[in-house]
Ligand binder design. Structure first.
Ligand SMILES: Cc1cc2nc3c(=O)[nH]c(=O)nc-3n(C[C@H](O)[C@H](O)[C@H](O)COP(=O)(O)O)c2cc1C
Ligand SMILES: [Fe+2]
Ligand SMILES: [Fe+2]
Length: 412
């Protein structure tokens, strides 16, 4: 497939790559293929926005060189560092030796390491920064975790075109650039992409909605699939709608044992974070409350957190009878997570995790979080050395509680 009409606005060209294979990607198979959309703005200070997948880097750089002398390229904007968009940077930067890379601060070392660009010029931009590219102005908005930490979106003020990279994309190997020329309704593809890539991070769609609220957007030019210039607001509103949290009445039970209250404090942070997210959370000290009362609370809960500190390589207090009891209960559909404060090895937390794995609850683990979302700031079981008071440790506990909240409150 080829796209012939590549000019999308004045002095603005699509220089992407169509990948019409069944592309394996993020543990998905993209049955309709995809595209890697890149854009060349031939302004006074010529600028490229995002590149293509690493696999096609060399042919991409050659194609760009047919449209412009690479030595004239002033800026290469990288909205998102994943190699399906930044992958062409190595080949392009090698030709475009005068170009400055434009990205968020977090992205700078990632790009330097990945593409050996330590000796090159970088411009780290912050939320709301603008850049004069000679006849057009680019405005940058940070959109962290949509879908990785360093992501931003770029808006061309004069053209009213939004370049949001992965956001508002579709995984379709298009043969017409614009959704209104597709010959079919792209809504299902648009929603499918949202569910697979964006939904796990939908907490951050609020940041995105704030970022685009006051922008006049005539066209969305994302980095996969169709460009959208008709019903633009409808598609933006779909993100707002699909990411909303409508489910009410969710409950959590948090059970712990403690020696010197560190694990109790962890339970308190879990409780307050869940409650901030509209989830009713009951907290139980297993050494102070009746087993039957705690089991009733667990039976009524949608998410169950169980924690103990470690003493001499084992759990403390009266937790084992409860964990044994859970093995015989039908807890289908509930989420579970282990937690605990420890000093050096934290065996108790692993013992709890093993017991939870023996139930029919869905037990959270770091590897599942990474495999399903790519997030690396959420860890299960939740392990904290000694007191959870330091900001970094508190944040770790909050991240885990927010992740569970998001799973419970998903509207789709
Ligand atoms: C007697 C004793 C034994 C301990 N044994 C271990 C251990 O085997 N492994 C470990 O990681 N931490 C060990 N610790 C450290 C505690 O787990 C740590 O201080 C933790 O923060 C206590 O949390 P808590 O206040 O919730 O009980 C031990 C602490 C004490 C006092
Ligand atoms: Fe991505
Ligand atoms: Fe992507």
């Amino acid at each position: 497939m080829t796209i012939t009409d590549i000019q999308i606005a004045k002095d603005t060209y699509w220089v992407g790559k169509i990948d019409d294979r069944e592309v394996p990607f993020h543990r998905l198979i993209l049955t309709k293929g995809t595209t890697y959309n890149s854009y060349l703005l031939k302004t006074g200070k010529p600028t490229v926005i995002d590149t293509v997948d690493m696999e096609f880097g060399r042919e991409y750089a050659e194609r760009v060189a047919e449209l412009i002398d690479p030595l004239d390229i002033a800026y290469i904007v990288i909205n998102h560092t994943e190699p399906d968009h930044s992958g062409g940077l190595a080949a392009l930067a090698m030709k475009a030796t005068n170009a400055t890379m434009v990205c968020t601060e977090i992205a700078v070392p990632e790009l330097q390491e990945m593409y050996k660009l330590h000796g090159r010029n970088f411009l780290a931009v912050k939320d709301g920064d603008t850049l004069d590219i000679g006849g057009k102005t680019l405005l940058f908005k940070e959109t962290p975790y949509l879908h990785t930490a360093e992501t931003m979106i770029t808006y061309c003020v004069e053209d009213q075109i939004l370049y949001p990279c992965d956001i508002f994309s579709t995984h379709v190997a298009v043969d017409k650039l614009f959704s209104d020329e597709a010959g079919f309704d792209i809504t299902e593809d648009f929603k499918g992409y949202y569910s697979a890539i964006i939904h796990p991070h939908r907490r951050y769609v609020r940041t995105l909605m704030e970022a685009v609220k006051d922008l006049e957007i005539a066209m969305i030019a994302p980095s996969h699939g169709f460009l959208i210039r008709r019903d633009v607001r409808k598609y933006i509103d779909l993100y707002a709608e699909l990411s909303r949290e409508t489910t009410q009445g969710k409950k959590a039970a948090i059970v712990y044992t403690t020696l010197k209250n560190n694990t109790k404090k962890m339970a308190g942070i879990l409780q307050s974070t869940l409650q901030e997210n509209g989830i009713e959370a009951e907290v139980w000290d297993a050494d102070k409350h009746e087993l039957s009362v705690i089991l009733d609370s667990i039976a009524a809960a949608d998410a169950v957190f169980i924690g103990s500190s470690t003493r001499y390589a084992d759990m403390i207090g009266n937790l084992e009878p409860l964990l044994k009891e859970l093995q015989h209960m039908d807890l289908e559909g509930k989420l579970a997570a282990a937690f605990g404060s420890y000093g050096w090895s934290g065996e108790a937390i692993e013992v709890i995790q093993d017991y939870l794995n023996g139930t029919n609850m869905t037990v959270q683990s770091t590897s599942d979080v990474i495999k399903t979302t790519g997030m690396t700031h959420v860890e299960f079981p939740i392990r904290v050395r000694f007191s959870p008071k330091e900001a970094e440790k508190t944040q770790k506990i909050k991240n885990a509680a927010e992740f569970v909240s998001d799973l419970l409150l998903s509207a789709i």
